[in-house]
Write a protein that binds this ligand. Structure first.
Ligand SMILES: [Fe+2]
Length: 381
């Protein structure tokens, strides 16, 4: 057989396989499979089907029954450091429908782990999708462990189609890189229930094991990521107090083992946006940042909400506020921020972090995929 014939046959094979996968995907799922994580060592696969259907999880050969009325959530096995994990979702005829390949994360605290940071995907799913493709293209050969979304994931958290459009737009990355979500104020729109987390966020971006108050940690050998719920006007005094006590304990635990901490929440406390004067930002500056500073282990704070990329350094803590990633661009007048090291107000952005016990490196890219900011710091704790 000539080389040309071999290439043609190979092309035919790939086209056929791809068409089958796409075909089965369209036949089976109303919401395509996507990945979510809320702890450092466990990824959850979520999807919704067009009718009642059964699947096999290749990790334990267990059958999973899915209905068209709800999102199906399959927790993968806990992943140990240094070990990759693969899982295939099969139909009952043992045909592969979806494959998850999770690369290992390093056990050595001094070997960096990588994650991406975006925020405010919010209003325009098409723009989110364009940025998602840019981000994925850059990281596909060396993917981050997760993509942190700093909140305002959708424009109106009470509208089901907004979440579905968000999930569709995120597919370039969410099929292979887990989302780590933060709750933003828009995600609470229309929320009137008793619970502290909005119903549709719970449906699409929570797992059955999650703390219902919307805060949690990812505890890697290299660092601890603390995800706070800064939607104080929706939470009530008791909850806010409880969250603060929990945070103090988490910071103390990290201090005991000389572990650096990265904190993320939606409302940016240090920003040139007028939101600087919002009640949550004021509360954060008044009674939360002093805790971060006192702990000595918090090195980095990641926020959204401002729709304005900015990086500031105050009392040894770096504050990075993401630009939007599909949300409206900021056109408010800018305030003076004496701690500011960098600002890019008129672009979507995404940032890539490499973090080890000893250092934090960051690169931020704009909507033309140009590098617009970077830093590298050494952690002394
Ligand atoms: Fe916001």
């Amino acid at each position: 057989m000539t080389t040309l014939k071999k290439v043609k046959l190979l092309l035919l094979f790939f086209t056929f396989t791809f068409s089958c996968l796409v075909f089965s995907d369209q036949q089976t799922f109303s919401i395509s499979p996507y990945l979510l994580k809320k702890t450092h060592d466990q990824v959850h696969l979520k999807f919704q089907t067009k009718g009642e259907d059964s699947f096999i999880n290749s990790l334990d050969n267990k059958e999973v029954v899915a209905t068209e009325d709800d999102v199906t959530s399959i927790p993968l096995k806990k992943q140990k450091c240094g070990e990759p994990q693969s899982m295939t979702l099969l139909n009952t005829s043992k045909k592969s429908l979806f494959k998850v390949d999770l690369p290992p994360y390093p056990c050595d605290p001094e070997t960096p782990i990588k994650f991406a940071f975006i925020s405010d995907t919010q209003k325009y799913p098409d723009e989110h999708n364009k940025m998602a493709l840019l981000l994925f293209n850059r990281v596909k050969n060396n993917p981050p462990n997760f993509i942190l979304n700093g909140g305002d994931i959708v424009q109106d958290g009470s509208v089901e189609s907004k979440w579905q459009n968000f999930l569709k737009a995120s597919l370039p990355y969410s099929t292979s890189i887990p989302i780590v979500p933060v709750l933003g104020n828009h995600d609470y729109w229309g929320h009137t229930g008793e619970e502290n987390t909005p119903e549709l966020f719970k449906k699409y971006l929570m797992t059955e094991k999650d703390h219902s108050d919307g805060y949690y940690t990812l505890d890697y050998p290299q660092f601890k990521l603390v995800v706070l719920n800064s939607n104080f006007p929706k939470l009530g005094e008791e909850n806010i107090k409880r969250q603060k006590v929990w945070l103090e304990k988490e910071l103390e635990k990290s201090k005991q083992k000389d572990q650096i901490v990265i904190i993320t929440f939606h409302h940016s406390p240090i920003t040139s946006n007028l939101f600087y004067y919002g009640p949550v930002s004021i509360a954060m500056r008044k009674s939360w940042i002093p805790l971060f500073e006192k702990s000595g282990v918090v090195k980095l704070v990641l926020n959204g909400h401002s729709h304005l990329y900015e990086r500031s350094l105050k009392n040894g803590i770096m504050y990075v506020v993401a630009g939007p990633f599909g949300g409206q661009k900021n056109n408010f007048p800018k305030l003076k921020n004496y701690y500011r090291l960098s600002m890019h107000p008129e672009t979507y952005t995404y940032s890539l972090f490499n973090v080890s016990k000893k250092m934090i490196q960051m690169e931020t890219f704009d909507e033309n995929d140009n590098l617009i900011d970077n830093f590298s710091i050494t952690n002394n704790i």
